[in-house]
Design a protein around this ligand. Sequence first.
Ligand code: FAD
Length: 453
Amino acid sequence: MPLELPSIEFHHVAVIGAGASGLVAARELRREGHTAVVFERGDQIGGVWVYTPEVESDTLGVDPHRTFVHCSLYESLRTNLPRQVMGFRDYPFVVREDDDHERSRDTRRFPGHRDVLMYLQDFAREFGIDELVRLETEVVYVGMVESGKWKVKSRKRCGSAIMEEYFDAVVVCVGHYWEPRLAEISGIDLWPGKQMHSHNYRIPEPFRDKVVILIGNSVSANDISREIAGTAKEVHLACRTVNEHQTMGKQAVYNNMWCHPMIKSVHEDGTVLFQDGSVVLADFIMQCTGYKYHFPFLDTNGIVTVQDNRVGPLYKHVFPPELAPWLSFVGLAWKVAPFPMFELQSKWIAGALHNRIALPSQKKMMADVKAFYSSLEASGKPYRYTHNISEYQFEYIDWLVAQCGAPAHEEWRKQMYAATKKSKITRPNSYRDEWEDQHLVWQANQDFIKFTV
Ligand code: FAD
């Protein structure tokens, strides 16, 4: 009996967003034979890496009618991952010798944000993705229609007309660093100082000689507090937890920085009271409290919801079982090296749509999701940590590799990621310029030869 081969399928797919995830999703879809249209509301590709000095009209990000800015970068931002780990797996983030702009490139191992944007532009050009992108075109509605197709409504920036199109599948690649999440602060309505979210931080100058409180202890809070310390009168960090290399109280290397527990309340006289009883008279509160997943255009009849930053139910952070493979999300998981993960998730989606990769039945996917949620609950993790995969990033990556039949994730990548993570904690001020894993850089460069010569 001849084997019955699964029928190969090609589809017309809408990709929403032309950041790193949308660009690689489009490439993988096209490689697998599908046609793709990439919708991008900005005026160029690159997503969060398109820097602008502009900030939103409501710098706290509460007003739904505020002028909107996608960028969350600050002027001085350098990557927090080394370029070897950061780039796509088969298009290394190296300075190419044949590059016309070589001399204007930032050759540092942890380059500035402009170089990441140039890398993404190169990627799009190299794989002909730019021709699939519709710039200044915002998707305002995505919903399934009875025929099983997806209706996508979009609007050009300088026009009010809505365009309606139909696709077989939709891949959501809109990023998740643009809709601020805020800490609740008792008494904030009466507090007279200025408030903002780190989304709208660009340069330290507005904080000159001011007393600034930053809430949070993530990469942004750490980078921004150090930068502001050179300009502000005082910098106070309010942190839920500190790691073993941090201390509460006055910070050793700075004469104007303190670390406190969380804020208890703020008051009409401008004072801020911390949970340890300390009091500071402050000018600014900057919330470095992260972002919300936000899909205002998506109508799934309640099948996919966002609850306390859990987007669910999603099988392996990508497919809602009931709508798989026709609706998918790239890039929701965090505390990862994002670009390689985007690449593998995209390969999985493109292969599943093509019927080359078999997905489990809807029932099995749902059972997997439920088991995953139960395990989170059992370990006391709140919903908002659902997509934090730091504890099992490489297990997840290896699983995706196996699904896609892709080349294995190189050992040096895993070791370099771990070495950087450690270095970031032990020398937060200098990890971008000092390292001990030069042997891994050498291994990476050897591996990259096959993609760069
Ligand atoms: P984005 O880059 O956000 O792209 C999403 C795109 O979707 C945007 O262009 C947006 O305009 C578009 N879009 C959204 N909604 C719509 C709509 N309705 N219609 C049409 N288009 C839409 N990662 C690293 O690897 N290394 C780092 O050092 C690093 N540093 C970071 C520092 C900061 C401050 C931030 C915020 C993030 C950092 N990241 C870093 C993570 C970064 O977010 C990812 O690297 C990655 O660029 C995210 O890509 P994305 O395509 O998922 O999202």
